[in-house]
Design a protein around this ligand. Structure first.
Ligand code: 4AD
Ligand code: MG
Length: 445
Protein backbone atom coordinates (compact mmCIF):
# COMPACT_ATOMS: atom_id res chain seq x y z
CA UNK A 1 0.00 0.00 0.00
CA UNK A 2 1.30 3.52 -0.75
CA UNK A 3 1.99 6.02 2.03
CA UNK A 4 -1.16 6.87 3.99
CA UNK A 5 -1.74 10.62 4.04
CA UNK A 6 -4.35 12.81 5.66
CA UNK A 7 -6.68 14.79 3.43
CA UNK A 8 -5.65 18.07 5.07
CA UNK A 9 -2.13 17.51 3.69
CA UNK A 10 -3.18 16.48 0.18
CA UNK A 11 -1.81 19.57 -1.61
CA UNK A 12 1.70 18.63 -0.51
CA UNK A 13 1.41 15.31 -2.35
CA UNK A 14 0.38 16.49 -5.82
CA UNK A 15 1.51 13.97 -8.42
CA UNK A 16 2.25 11.26 -5.83
CA UNK A 17 0.70 7.86 -5.32
CA UNK A 18 -0.97 7.91 -1.87
CA UNK A 19 -3.57 6.14 0.27
CA UNK A 20 -6.44 7.60 2.31
CA UNK A 21 -8.24 5.86 5.17
CA UNK A 22 -11.78 7.00 5.73
CA UNK A 23 -15.48 6.80 4.96
CA UNK A 24 -17.67 7.38 1.96
CA UNK A 25 -19.57 10.63 2.40
CA UNK A 26 -21.30 10.83 -0.95
CA UNK A 27 -21.18 9.07 -4.31
CA UNK A 28 -22.18 10.26 -7.75
CA UNK A 29 -22.59 7.61 -10.42
CA UNK A 30 -21.77 8.73 -13.97
CA UNK A 31 -21.64 5.33 -15.69
CA UNK A 32 -17.98 4.74 -16.38
CA UNK A 33 -17.03 7.27 -13.73
CA UNK A 34 -17.73 7.12 -10.01
CA UNK A 35 -17.17 10.26 -7.98
CA UNK A 36 -16.58 9.29 -4.37
CA UNK A 37 -16.53 12.07 -1.79
CA UNK A 38 -14.41 10.60 0.98
CA UNK A 39 -13.85 12.03 4.46
CA UNK A 40 -11.07 11.03 6.83
CA UNK A 41 -11.65 13.34 9.80
CA UNK A 42 -9.20 15.97 8.58
CA UNK A 43 -11.17 16.87 5.47
CA UNK A 44 -13.23 15.81 2.48
CA UNK A 45 -11.72 14.84 -0.89
CA UNK A 46 -13.12 13.73 -4.19
CA UNK A 47 -11.81 10.38 -5.41
CA UNK A 48 -12.52 9.59 -9.04
CA UNK A 49 -12.88 5.96 -10.10
CA UNK A 50 -12.58 5.63 -13.87
CA UNK A 51 -13.60 2.21 -15.19
CA UNK A 52 -10.60 1.84 -17.45
CA UNK A 53 -8.06 2.77 -14.71
CA UNK A 54 -9.01 0.01 -12.24
CA UNK A 55 -9.70 -3.71 -12.19
CA UNK A 56 -13.29 -4.84 -12.77
CA UNK A 57 -13.44 -5.95 -9.10
CA UNK A 58 -12.45 -2.52 -7.85
CA UNK A 59 -14.94 -0.79 -10.14
CA UNK A 60 -17.68 -3.14 -8.94
CA UNK A 61 -16.71 -2.52 -5.28
CA UNK A 62 -16.87 1.24 -5.82
CA UNK A 63 -20.33 0.82 -7.31
CA UNK A 64 -21.58 -0.98 -4.23
CA UNK A 65 -20.29 1.44 -1.61
CA UNK A 66 -22.98 2.80 0.63
CA UNK A 67 -22.87 6.08 2.56
CA UNK A 68 -20.47 5.79 5.54
CA UNK A 69 -18.82 2.57 4.33
CA UNK A 70 -15.26 2.44 5.65
CA UNK A 71 -12.47 2.10 3.14
CA UNK A 72 -8.84 2.58 2.16
CA UNK A 73 -8.40 4.25 -1.20
CA UNK A 74 -5.18 4.38 -3.20
CA UNK A 75 -4.51 6.67 -6.12
CA UNK A 76 -2.65 9.61 -7.55
CA UNK A 77 -3.18 13.16 -6.27
CA UNK A 78 -3.92 15.67 -9.00
CA UNK A 79 -4.87 19.33 -8.99
CA UNK A 80 -8.23 20.16 -10.54
CA UNK A 81 -9.97 23.48 -9.90
CA UNK A 82 -13.36 21.81 -10.13
CA UNK A 83 -12.62 19.30 -7.35
CA UNK A 84 -14.87 19.96 -4.34
CA UNK A 85 -13.88 19.68 -0.70
CA UNK A 86 -10.21 20.59 -0.65
CA UNK A 87 -9.16 24.25 -0.81
CA UNK A 88 -7.12 24.81 -3.97
CA UNK A 89 -8.84 21.89 -5.72
CA UNK A 90 -7.13 18.54 -5.29
CA UNK A 91 -8.58 15.12 -6.01
CA UNK A 92 -7.45 11.54 -6.24
CA UNK A 93 -7.45 9.43 -9.39
CA UNK A 94 -8.25 6.05 -7.85
CA UNK A 95 -6.11 3.01 -8.67
CA UNK A 96 -7.19 0.68 -5.87
CA UNK A 97 -9.90 0.34 -3.24
CA UNK A 98 -10.07 -1.76 -0.11
CA UNK A 99 -13.47 -1.93 1.62
CA UNK A 100 -13.38 -2.45 5.41
CA UNK A 101 -17.11 -2.48 5.97
CA UNK A 102 -20.16 -1.86 3.83
CA UNK A 103 -22.29 0.36 6.06
CA UNK A 104 -25.92 -0.46 6.76
CA UNK A 105 -28.44 1.99 5.41
CA UNK A 106 -27.37 5.28 7.02
CA UNK A 107 -30.18 7.20 8.75
CA UNK A 108 -28.83 10.67 7.96
CA UNK A 109 -29.01 11.33 4.26
CA UNK A 110 -27.58 14.37 2.55
CA UNK A 111 -30.86 16.23 2.67
CA UNK A 112 -32.74 18.33 5.21
CA UNK A 113 -33.78 16.50 8.36
CA UNK A 114 -35.78 17.74 11.34
CA UNK A 115 -33.80 18.94 14.34
CA UNK A 116 -35.25 16.39 16.78
CA UNK A 117 -34.28 13.57 14.46
CA UNK A 118 -30.78 14.96 14.10
CA UNK A 119 -30.43 15.44 17.84
CA UNK A 120 -31.58 11.86 18.50
CA UNK A 121 -28.85 10.82 16.08
CA UNK A 122 -26.24 13.23 17.37
CA UNK A 123 -23.74 10.35 17.61
CA UNK A 124 -23.96 10.11 13.80
CA UNK A 125 -24.76 13.73 12.99
CA UNK A 126 -21.29 14.81 14.19
CA UNK A 127 -19.96 13.20 11.00
CA UNK A 128 -21.80 15.68 8.77
CA UNK A 129 -19.78 18.33 7.02
CA UNK A 130 -21.46 21.29 8.74
CA UNK A 131 -21.03 19.73 12.19
CA UNK A 132 -17.45 18.84 11.40
CA UNK A 133 -16.85 22.48 10.49
CA UNK A 134 -18.50 23.88 13.64
CA UNK A 135 -16.70 21.55 16.02
CA UNK A 136 -13.35 22.30 14.43
CA UNK A 137 -14.01 26.01 14.92
CA UNK A 138 -14.84 25.21 18.54
CA UNK A 139 -11.53 23.41 19.02
CA UNK A 140 -9.71 26.43 17.62
CA UNK A 141 -11.65 28.79 19.91
CA UNK A 142 -10.63 26.66 22.89
CA UNK A 143 -6.98 26.67 21.86
CA UNK A 144 -6.98 30.42 21.15
CA UNK A 145 -8.45 31.02 24.62
CA UNK A 146 -5.67 29.07 26.30
CA UNK A 147 -2.92 30.51 24.10
CA UNK A 148 -3.90 34.10 24.75
CA UNK A 149 -4.26 33.68 28.50
CA UNK A 150 -1.09 31.61 28.88
CA UNK A 151 0.86 34.20 26.88
CA UNK A 152 -0.48 37.01 29.06
CA UNK A 153 0.68 35.43 32.33
CA UNK A 154 -2.65 34.04 33.49
CA UNK A 155 -2.06 30.88 35.53
CA UNK A 156 -4.51 28.07 34.85
CA UNK A 157 -6.39 26.84 37.94
CA UNK A 158 -8.82 23.95 38.00
CA UNK A 159 -11.67 24.90 40.29
CA UNK A 160 -14.06 22.35 41.83
CA UNK A 161 -17.14 21.05 40.10
CA UNK A 162 -18.80 19.86 43.30
CA UNK A 163 -19.48 22.93 45.43
CA UNK A 164 -21.28 23.82 48.66
CA UNK A 165 -23.01 27.01 47.47
CA UNK A 166 -24.40 29.09 44.60
CA UNK A 167 -22.37 31.63 42.67
CA UNK A 168 -24.88 32.80 40.08
CA UNK A 169 -28.24 32.62 41.85
CA UNK A 170 -30.01 29.79 43.61
CA UNK A 171 -32.68 29.19 40.97
CA UNK A 172 -30.46 27.31 38.51
CA UNK A 173 -28.58 24.99 40.87
CA UNK A 174 -28.24 21.29 40.14
CA UNK A 175 -28.34 19.62 43.52
CA UNK A 176 -26.53 16.39 44.23
CA UNK A 177 -26.18 14.21 47.29
CA UNK A 178 -22.69 14.47 48.78
CA UNK A 179 -22.57 11.64 51.33
CA UNK A 180 -25.80 12.76 52.91
CA UNK A 181 -25.16 16.49 52.56
CA UNK A 182 -26.52 18.60 49.70
CA UNK A 183 -23.92 19.84 47.23
CA UNK A 184 -24.25 21.55 43.86
CA UNK A 185 -22.66 21.31 40.45
CA UNK A 186 -20.57 24.43 39.84
CA UNK A 187 -22.27 27.34 38.08
CA UNK A 188 -18.93 29.11 37.89
CA UNK A 189 -15.38 28.80 39.24
CA UNK A 190 -15.16 32.51 39.96
CA UNK A 191 -15.36 32.50 43.75
CA UNK A 192 -12.45 30.06 43.97
CA UNK A 193 -10.44 32.13 41.55
CA UNK A 194 -10.93 35.13 43.82
CA UNK A 195 -8.91 33.09 46.32
CA UNK A 196 -6.37 31.93 43.73
CA UNK A 197 -5.53 35.45 42.52
CA UNK A 198 -4.12 36.29 45.96
CA UNK A 199 -1.51 33.63 45.31
CA UNK A 200 -0.90 34.18 41.58
CA UNK A 201 -2.12 37.66 40.56
CA UNK A 202 -3.81 36.56 37.34
CA UNK A 203 -5.53 33.22 36.96
CA UNK A 204 -8.16 31.52 34.85
CA UNK A 205 -10.27 28.44 35.16
CA UNK A 206 -11.71 26.71 32.15
CA UNK A 207 -14.16 23.90 32.43
CA UNK A 208 -17.72 22.70 32.29
CA UNK A 209 -20.28 24.66 34.28
CA UNK A 210 -23.84 23.72 35.07
CA UNK A 211 -27.12 25.60 35.24
CA UNK A 212 -30.53 24.06 35.65
CA UNK A 213 -32.01 26.41 33.06
CA UNK A 214 -35.68 25.60 33.07
CA UNK A 215 -36.52 27.49 29.92
CA UNK A 216 -36.01 26.26 26.40
CA UNK A 217 -34.04 28.89 24.53
CA UNK A 218 -31.51 28.86 21.74
CA UNK A 219 -28.93 30.49 24.02
CA UNK A 220 -28.98 28.20 27.03
CA UNK A 221 -27.47 24.82 27.70
CA UNK A 222 -27.62 23.13 31.10
CA UNK A 223 -23.96 22.12 30.75
CA UNK A 224 -21.65 24.57 29.02
CA UNK A 225 -17.98 25.48 28.97
CA UNK A 226 -16.82 28.75 30.39
CA UNK A 227 -13.40 30.34 30.70
CA UNK A 228 -13.07 32.69 33.65
CA UNK A 229 -10.07 35.00 33.97
CA UNK A 230 -9.67 36.83 37.29
CA UNK A 231 -7.19 39.63 38.02
CA UNK A 232 -5.90 41.53 41.06
CA UNK A 233 -5.41 45.31 40.95
CA UNK A 234 -7.88 45.51 38.12
CA UNK A 235 -10.89 47.82 37.80
CA UNK A 236 -13.85 47.74 35.44
CA UNK A 237 -12.10 49.67 32.64
CA UNK A 238 -9.05 47.46 32.79
CA UNK A 239 -11.24 44.36 32.63
CA UNK A 240 -12.95 45.70 29.49
CA UNK A 241 -9.58 46.40 27.84
CA UNK A 242 -8.45 42.86 28.52
CA UNK A 243 -11.77 41.45 27.38
CA UNK A 244 -11.70 43.21 24.02
CA UNK A 245 -8.14 42.11 23.27
CA UNK A 246 -8.95 38.55 24.27
CA UNK A 247 -12.10 38.29 22.13
CA UNK A 248 -10.41 39.94 19.15
CA UNK A 249 -7.60 37.41 19.30
CA UNK A 250 -10.05 34.50 19.41
CA UNK A 251 -11.97 35.77 16.39
CA UNK A 252 -8.89 36.62 14.34
CA UNK A 253 -7.36 33.21 15.06
CA UNK A 254 -10.50 31.51 13.72
CA UNK A 255 -10.47 33.67 10.59
CA UNK A 256 -6.86 32.73 9.97
CA UNK A 257 -6.98 29.05 10.79
CA UNK A 258 -10.56 28.05 10.03
CA UNK A 259 -11.33 29.90 6.81
CA UNK A 260 -12.32 26.69 5.04
CA UNK A 261 -14.76 25.70 7.80
CA UNK A 262 -16.35 29.17 7.94
CA UNK A 263 -16.79 29.10 4.18
CA UNK A 264 -18.41 25.67 4.35
CA UNK A 265 -20.85 27.13 6.86
CA UNK A 266 -21.64 30.00 4.52
CA UNK A 267 -20.50 32.51 7.14
CA UNK A 268 -20.17 36.09 5.93
CA UNK A 269 -16.85 36.89 7.59
CA UNK A 270 -16.86 40.60 6.77
CA UNK A 271 -18.38 41.31 10.21
CA UNK A 272 -15.80 39.20 11.96
CA UNK A 273 -12.95 40.94 10.16
CA UNK A 274 -13.92 44.16 11.96
CA UNK A 275 -13.51 42.63 15.41
CA UNK A 276 -10.54 44.58 16.82
CA UNK A 277 -10.08 46.85 19.84
CA UNK A 278 -11.50 49.19 20.92
CA UNK A 279 -15.08 47.95 21.31
CA UNK A 280 -17.87 50.47 21.88
CA UNK A 281 -19.04 50.92 25.48
CA UNK A 282 -22.62 51.84 26.33
CA UNK A 283 -24.02 52.37 29.82
CA UNK A 284 -27.10 50.42 30.88
CA UNK A 285 -28.96 53.72 31.14
CA UNK A 286 -28.11 54.66 27.54
CA UNK A 287 -28.95 51.15 26.36
CA UNK A 288 -32.42 51.57 27.89
CA UNK A 289 -32.85 54.76 25.89
CA UNK A 290 -31.79 53.00 22.71
CA UNK A 291 -34.33 50.29 23.42
CA UNK A 292 -37.03 52.91 23.95
CA UNK A 293 -36.16 54.40 20.53
CA UNK A 294 -36.29 50.99 18.89
CA UNK A 295 -39.72 50.43 20.44
CA UNK A 296 -40.94 53.76 19.13
CA UNK A 297 -39.66 53.13 15.63
CA UNK A 298 -40.92 49.60 15.14
CA UNK A 299 -44.24 48.75 13.53
CA UNK A 300 -44.03 45.23 14.88
CA UNK A 301 -46.37 45.04 17.91
CA UNK A 302 -44.96 41.71 19.15
CA UNK A 303 -41.44 43.10 19.06
CA UNK A 304 -42.56 46.22 20.88
CA UNK A 305 -44.02 44.09 23.65
CA UNK A 306 -41.00 41.83 23.95
CA UNK A 307 -38.79 44.90 24.34
CA UNK A 308 -40.77 46.33 27.25
CA UNK A 309 -38.32 46.91 30.12
CA UNK A 310 -38.07 49.05 33.20
CA UNK A 311 -35.03 50.42 34.92
CA UNK A 312 -33.80 47.66 37.21
CA UNK A 313 -34.59 44.71 34.94
CA UNK A 314 -31.86 42.64 33.39
CA UNK A 315 -31.89 42.32 29.62
CA UNK A 316 -33.48 39.29 28.05
CA UNK A 317 -32.61 37.83 24.68
CA UNK A 318 -34.91 40.17 22.69
CA UNK A 319 -33.26 43.26 24.21
CA UNK A 320 -29.77 42.00 23.50
CA UNK A 321 -30.70 40.94 19.98
CA UNK A 322 -32.16 44.30 19.02
CA UNK A 323 -29.39 46.31 20.67
CA UNK A 324 -26.60 44.38 19.01
CA UNK A 325 -28.17 44.60 15.57
CA UNK A 326 -27.17 48.26 15.80
CA UNK A 327 -23.47 47.56 16.27
CA UNK A 328 -20.82 46.29 13.92
CA UNK A 329 -18.47 45.23 16.68
CA UNK A 330 -19.11 43.55 20.01
CA UNK A 331 -20.33 46.12 22.51
CA UNK A 332 -19.79 46.41 26.26
CA UNK A 333 -22.89 47.36 28.22
CA UNK A 334 -21.75 48.50 31.66
CA UNK A 335 -23.34 49.65 34.91
CA UNK A 336 -26.25 47.24 35.27
CA UNK A 337 -28.63 47.66 38.21
CA UNK A 338 -27.24 46.05 41.33
CA UNK A 339 -30.37 44.00 41.97
CA UNK A 340 -30.34 42.51 38.45
CA UNK A 341 -26.90 40.97 38.90
CA UNK A 342 -25.00 38.68 41.26
CA UNK A 343 -24.28 39.44 44.93
CA UNK A 344 -20.51 39.88 44.61
CA UNK A 345 -20.37 43.00 42.42
CA UNK A 346 -18.73 46.25 43.53
CA UNK A 347 -21.19 49.15 43.60
CA UNK A 348 -20.72 52.24 41.42
CA UNK A 349 -19.13 55.06 43.46
CA UNK A 350 -21.96 57.33 44.62
CA UNK A 351 -24.65 55.18 42.98
CA UNK A 352 -25.17 52.05 45.07
CA UNK A 353 -28.14 50.98 42.92
CA UNK A 354 -25.69 50.47 40.02
CA UNK A 355 -22.97 47.83 39.90
CA UNK A 356 -19.50 47.98 38.36
CA UNK A 357 -20.49 45.26 35.94
CA UNK A 358 -20.12 44.91 32.18
CA UNK A 359 -21.41 42.32 29.75
CA UNK A 360 -20.00 41.95 26.26
CA UNK A 361 -22.73 41.54 23.66
CA UNK A 362 -21.82 40.08 20.27
CA UNK A 363 -23.05 41.93 17.18
CA UNK A 364 -25.53 40.84 14.50
CA UNK A 365 -28.09 40.04 17.15
CA UNK A 366 -26.07 37.36 18.97
CA UNK A 367 -26.11 38.93 22.42
CA UNK A 368 -24.19 38.22 25.62
CA UNK A 369 -20.99 36.23 25.32
CA UNK A 370 -19.20 37.63 28.39
CA UNK A 371 -20.44 38.54 31.86
CA UNK A 372 -18.06 40.22 34.28
CA UNK A 373 -17.53 42.84 36.97
CA UNK A 374 -15.34 44.39 39.57
CA UNK A 375 -15.79 42.46 42.84
CA UNK A 376 -16.62 43.70 46.30
CA UNK A 377 -13.39 44.06 48.27
CA UNK A 378 -14.83 45.32 51.56
CA UNK A 379 -15.79 42.58 54.06
CA UNK A 380 -18.64 44.52 55.68
CA UNK A 381 -20.29 45.29 52.36
CA UNK A 382 -19.96 41.65 51.34
CA UNK A 383 -21.67 40.53 54.57
CA UNK A 384 -24.47 42.99 53.92
CA UNK A 385 -24.94 41.63 50.38
CA UNK A 386 -25.05 38.01 51.56
CA UNK A 387 -27.88 39.02 53.90
CA UNK A 388 -29.70 40.97 51.18
CA UNK A 389 -29.44 38.04 48.79
CA UNK A 390 -30.48 35.55 51.49
CA UNK A 391 -27.33 33.50 51.09
CA UNK A 392 -26.09 31.34 53.99
CA UNK A 393 -23.08 32.96 55.62
CA UNK A 394 -21.60 29.59 56.74
CA UNK A 395 -21.09 28.48 53.13
CA UNK A 396 -19.23 31.70 52.38
CA UNK A 397 -16.94 32.07 55.44
CA UNK A 398 -13.87 31.30 53.38
CA UNK A 399 -14.95 33.82 50.73
CA UNK A 400 -15.42 36.53 53.36
CA UNK A 401 -11.95 35.70 54.69
CA UNK A 402 -10.44 36.81 51.37
CA UNK A 403 -11.51 40.36 52.26
CA UNK A 404 -9.62 40.32 55.56
CA UNK A 405 -6.05 39.61 54.52
CA UNK A 406 -4.74 42.22 52.14
CA UNK A 407 -7.92 42.84 50.17
CA UNK A 408 -7.38 44.64 46.83
CA UNK A 409 -9.61 45.81 43.96
CA UNK A 410 -10.05 42.93 41.56
CA UNK A 411 -12.14 42.02 38.56
CA UNK A 412 -12.90 39.12 36.32
CA UNK A 413 -15.22 37.79 33.70
CA UNK A 414 -16.60 34.63 32.18
CA UNK A 415 -16.77 33.90 28.46
CA UNK A 416 -19.11 31.16 27.28
CA UNK A 417 -17.51 28.93 24.66
CA UNK A 418 -20.77 27.83 23.03
CA UNK A 419 -22.15 31.35 22.71
CA UNK A 420 -18.86 32.48 21.18
CA UNK A 421 -18.78 29.62 18.67
CA UNK A 422 -22.44 30.23 17.75
CA UNK A 423 -21.61 33.81 16.89
CA UNK A 424 -18.35 33.08 15.04
CA UNK A 425 -20.01 30.33 12.97
CA UNK A 426 -23.19 32.38 12.42
CA UNK A 427 -25.55 29.70 13.77
CA UNK A 428 -29.14 30.05 14.98
CA UNK A 429 -28.84 27.80 18.01
CA UNK A 430 -26.24 26.83 20.60
CA UNK A 431 -26.90 23.09 20.33
CA UNK A 432 -24.55 22.52 17.39
CA UNK A 433 -21.50 24.00 19.10
CA UNK A 434 -20.78 21.11 21.48
CA UNK A 435 -20.57 17.50 20.43
CA UNK A 436 -23.24 16.27 22.87
CA UNK A 437 -25.37 19.17 24.10
CA UNK A 438 -27.28 19.02 27.37
CA UNK A 439 -30.54 20.94 27.41
CA UNK A 440 -33.81 21.05 29.30
CA UNK A 441 -35.27 18.15 27.32
CA UNK A 442 -32.09 16.46 26.13
CA UNK A 443 -29.72 14.07 27.92
CA UNK A 444 -29.63 11.43 25.17
CA UNK A 445 -27.36 10.39 23.53
O1 4AD B 1 -22.96 36.00 33.03
P1 4AD B 1 -22.60 34.71 33.71
O2 4AD B 1 -23.65 34.00 34.46
O3 4AD B 1 -21.35 35.07 34.61
C1 4AD B 1 -20.74 34.24 35.50
O4 4AD B 1 -20.95 33.06 35.63
C2 4AD B 1 -19.60 34.89 36.23
N1 4AD B 1 -19.31 34.11 37.45
C3 4AD B 1 -18.40 34.96 35.34
C4 4AD B 1 -17.24 35.63 35.97
O5 4AD B 1 -17.30 36.85 36.20
N2 4AD B 1 -16.19 34.90 36.28
O6 4AD B 1 -22.01 33.71 32.61
C5 4AD B 1 -20.89 34.08 31.85
C6 4AD B 1 -21.06 33.62 30.42
C7 4AD B 1 -22.23 34.27 29.68
O7 4AD B 1 -21.89 35.52 29.16
C8 4AD B 1 -22.50 33.27 28.59
O8 4AD B 1 -21.57 33.41 27.54
C9 4AD B 1 -22.22 31.96 29.29
O9 4AD B 1 -21.36 32.22 30.36
N3 4AD B 1 -23.45 31.32 29.77
C10 4AD B 1 -24.07 30.30 29.16
N4 4AD B 1 -23.79 29.64 28.03
C11 4AD B 1 -24.61 28.63 27.68
N5 4AD B 1 -25.67 28.23 28.38
C12 4AD B 1 -26.00 28.86 29.54
N6 4AD B 1 -27.03 28.43 30.25
C13 4AD B 1 -25.17 29.95 29.97
N7 4AD B 1 -25.19 30.77 31.04
C14 4AD B 1 -24.13 31.59 30.90
MG1 MG C 1 -24.62 37.06 32.44
Amino acid sequence: MPEVIRIQDIARHAGEQVAIQGWLYNRTDKGKLQFLLVRDGTGFAQCVVFEKDVSPEVFEAANELTQESSLVISGVVRQDDRAPGVPGGYEIGVTDLDVLQIAEEYPIQLKEHGVDFLMDNRHLWVRSQSQWAVLRVRATVVRAIRDWLDEHDFVNMDTPIITPAACEGTSTLFETDYFGEPAYLAQSGQLYNEANIYAFGRVYCFGPTFRAEKSKTRRHLTEFWMVEPEMTFCDLDQYMEIGEQFVSYIVQTCLKERAQELELLGRDVSHLEKVAPPFPRVSYDDALEMLAEIREETEDEALRQSLAIEWGDDFGSPHETELTKRFEKPVFVYGYPTMAKAFYMEPWPGRPEVSKSADLLAPEGYGEIIGGSERISNPDLLLQRLREWNLPREAFEWYIDLRKYGSVPHSGFGLGVERTVTWICGLDHLRETISFPRMLKRVYP
